[in-house]
Design a protein around this ligand. Structure first.
Ligand code: HEM
Length: 134
């Protein structure tokens, strides 16, 4: 996929719209607020992350796996809630080709972050994937 799927502005809109909803969410909002003190910096990192995925800009240099593995109390239900909100916001975006690709990637990354979290925390227990959306 070439980086003509979407513009940088469309990536930025998706990320800002999504995290505006995350911050308002009664379950997810407090988790983010407990860990993020500089939202402008966090949003800039997430725009880089999604720009790297959706536009192949290669701009993201972070390490999501250890950062999520270090968060206490993550569950499959939390990831499912995150994904449901992501899909809801993606559906409102003008560029639906971008939205569809972003949702597919979000789902794969969420599964992998959840697997990594379980390996870090519950290494001995059988690992469960995030359930498919209803
Ligand atoms: C239950 C679901 C999730 C929760 C509660 C959550 C929470 C967080 C928190 C608190 C941080 C900041 C960590 C820090 O800076 O120390 C973070 C960073 C991040 N999250 Fe998530 N997250 C979730 C799912 C996801 C998913 C599914 C993706 C990708 C599709 C994602 C992408 C990222 C990225 C790219 C960062 C920045 C990593 C970095 O700075 O290296 N998150 N997340």
């Amino acid at each position: 996929m070439a980086n003509d799927l979407c513009t940088e502005e469309e990536v930025s809109r998706l990320v800002h719209d999504f995290y505006a909803q995350v911050r308002k969410d009664e379950v997810l909002g407090p988790i983010f607020d407990a860990h993020i003190d500089d939202w402008d910096r966090h949003l800039a990192r997430l725009v880089d992350f999604w720009s790297a995925i959706l536009r192949r800009t290669g701009r993201f240099t972070g390490a999501p796996m250890p950062k999520h593995a270090a968060l206490p109390g993550l569950t499959a239900e939390l990831f499912q809630r995150w994904l449901a909100l992501f899909r809801k916001v993606a559906a409102t975006q003008a560029n639906q080709a971008m939205a569809a690709h972003a949702c597919a990637m979000a789902e794969r990354i969420a599964q992998s972050l959840w697997l990594g979290w379980q390996m870090a925390h519950d290494g001995d227990r059988p690992h469960a994937p995030i359930a498919a959306p209803l």
